[in-house]
Design a protein around this ligand. Structure first.
Ligand SMILES: Cc1ncc(COP(=O)(O)O)c(C=O)c1O
Length: 463
């Protein structure tokens, strides 16, 4: 008997039972750290264990320590689930075990990624020839796109940062919104641009960069300038006013990068597209497939208008790397060298859903977020603090008997997490502790929202 089949069959069995349990089990993990350590920690064994036993151990001892993030009532952070076709394609990706770095190493994956990239560009209304790199997530998508920005901005001054590094290079001015996501700042750190040197543009009550405040900030930037705007504030879901910000930044000669980790998906629906008007004018974009497209982790996408600039920033070559004469070599689009065929599940999801399917997921998540907000706001002392424009809801709870709303809101969040009907986290918004609800799953229904809203109100003493 071949050595794969029994293990793959066993993994399939465990995977099916895990997936079947997602809508029924408490959303939170149940196992304590101590229990998990007892099962998994300890010394590296001297001799190996039966592989079937290892797979059983992972499932039986591991599942109690898993969060049901792929289930229909997980509303923490911004985490999508895994739609069946994407998960199945991800399994094939592992089974194929292709190295997506070069066309010659996997022509199929190169064609799948090339096509998925074009489809994404069309879906978002971006230039179809823009370069698309399949990276691990929004963090790396931001990093990759900003590496291209750094390359291009310095090239315009005659400086090749890939060759010369940053020592002695002209200074790049970096402009961000007050509510910039931490992964932009972290990317700037990695790129030697420094996270404390950024110039911040005032944001409004929803976290949108104020276009009236940008010109004065730009006036202070003499030389290469990078402006980072945001589609989808991680707390409120708000989208920066793209058209006015991008045209002001371009008039200044700046490179504009859009962090659209989840918000760029809103461009796929006519109902939310207007929020992103002008987004296609930017120079680079970051978006996550493991968020609204609901493909398994890890899957982010870096898009750069000028693929040659992306290749100059991140690509590489060596005498033993056989370059294709025809289609893309993955190594020109991402900072990785060897990597899995990450674009395959993206391709499968897009092909199975079509444009209409993506639109439907975006619309449904936004409608469910509004429903959650409405259900909660029916109770007195429960305040939704944001305009629910996308899939994010921020809530603060007044204690029924009076007292500190920040403390009480944190307590309610803790109770909801323990209750297990759903899972959501907290954040701080405009000097207030808030409950943060994010609807990103393909499988969440109205009933899931109603059950979850009822659980939240119960935990807030409102039932
Ligand atoms: C606006 C924004 N940018 C970037 C990221 C980082 O994405 P990832 O966690 O996939 O690296 C997130 C994650 O939620 C986000 O909301």
């Amino acid at each position: 008997m071949d050595s794969f089949s029994p293990l793959l069959d066993r993994a399939l069995f465990h995977a099916r039972s895990w997936i079947a349990s997602l809508g029924k089990r408490p959303v939170r993990p149940e196992a304590s750290l101590e229990t998990l350590r007892q099962s998994f920690a300890g010394e590296l064994p001297e001799t190996g264990q039966d592989p079937l036993e290892v797979i059983d151990l992972l499932a039986q001892a591991g599942e109690p320590g898993l969060m049901a993030t792929a289930g229909p009532r997980f509303f923490g952070f911004v985490i999508g689930g895994s739609q069946p076709v994407a998960l199945a394609a991800d399994w094939l990706t592992s089974a194929w075990d292709q190295n997506a770095g070069l066309y010659v190493a996997s022509p199929t994956v190169a064609v799948l990624e090339d096509t998925a990239g074009r489809w994404l560009n069309r879906l978002f209304g971006l230039p179809v020839e823009a370069g698309v790199g399949f990276v691990t997530g929004g963090q790396m998508a931001n990093f990759t796109a900003l590496a291209a920005a750094r390359q291009a901005l310095l090239a315009r001054t005659g400086w090749d940062v890939s060759e010369q590094g940053l020592y002695g290079a002209p200074e790049i001015h970096v402009v961000v919104g007050e509510e910039v996501h931490v992964t932009i700042l972290r990317s700037l750190r990695f790129l030697g641009l420094g996270q404390a040197r950024v110039k911040r543009v005032r944001a409004d009550a929803q976290g949108r960069m104020d276009p009236d405040a940008l010109p004065a900030v730009l006036a202070d930037c003499r030389g290469p300038t990078l402006v980072c705007v945001q589609a989808g504030n991680v707390n409120t879901g708000a989208v920066d006013p793209m058209e006015s910000l991008i045209s002001a930044a371009h008039a200044h000669g700046a490179w504009v990068h859009v962090d659209g980790a989840f918000g760029l998906w809103a461009a796929a629906s006519p109902r939310t597209r207007e929020l992103l008007r002008g987004v296609e004018e930017a120079d680079s974009w970051a978006v996550d497939a493991h968020k609204w497209l609901n493909v398994p982790y890890d899957s982010g996408v870096a898009i750069v208008r000028d693929p040659a600039m992306l290749a100059r920033a991140v690509g590489t070559s060596a005498s033993y790397l056989v370059r294709s004469t025809g289609l893309r070599d993955g190594v020109d689009f991402v900072p990785e060298f060897s990597r899995r065929g990450r674009g395959t599940p993206v391709y499968a999801a897009l092909r199975a859903m079509g444009r209409r399917g993506v639109e439907a997921v975006v619309d449904r998540c936004c409608a469910l977020a509004r429903r959650f907000a409405e259900r909660l706001e029916r109770s007195s002392g429960v305040h939704v603090l944001n305009e629910v424009v996308l899939n994010q809801v921020l809530v603060q709870f007044e204690p029924p008997g009076g007292g500190d709303a920040d403390t009480f809101t944190r307590e309610v969040i803790g109770r909801v997490q323990t209750d297990g009907t759903c899972w959501l986290g907290g954040s701080r918004w405009k000097q207030k502790d808030v409950m943060r609800i994010s609807i990103s799953g393909w499988n969440t229904t109205e009933d899931d929202i109603d059950r979850s809203a009822a659980a939240v109100l119960r935990c807030a003493g409102r039932a």
